[in-house]
Write a protein that binds this ligand. Structure first.
Ligand SMILES: [Cu+2]
Length: 94
């Protein structure tokens, strides 16, 4: 591990699940960012990536799922109930 840099504030980015859509569908965040998904639909959804880095349970209305992205990369995910629902998190150093 490297030396922690001063004033490194962890940030939070919100993704809304609304009308069978991840919104925003595509985001770019810095390593260490926490992403929080909230299901605003009446229908259950999941946040699931192929590599299982993202593996939410079935989310009911107003349920939240969060994940902190520690490493750079492109993390594509879907809702397993509705695989046409897709999103991606790009993690990049600023
Ligand atoms: Cu869904």
């Amino acid at each position: 591990m490297g030396i922690a840099t001063a004033a490194h504030a962890a940030s939070v980015v919100e993704v809304s699940i609304t009308k069978f859509t991840f919104s925003p569908k595509e985001i770019t965040v810095a390593p260490g960012t926490k992403v929080v998904w909230t299901n605003h639909d009446e229908t259950p959804h999941t946040v699931t990536s192929k590599d299982k880095a993202l593996a939410s349970p079935g989310m009911d209305t107003d349920d939240k799922y969060e994940h902190t992205f520690d490493r750079e990369g492109d993390f594509a995910y879907i809702c397993t109930v509705h695989p046409f629902m897709t999103g991606v998190v790009h993690v990049r150093k600023p």
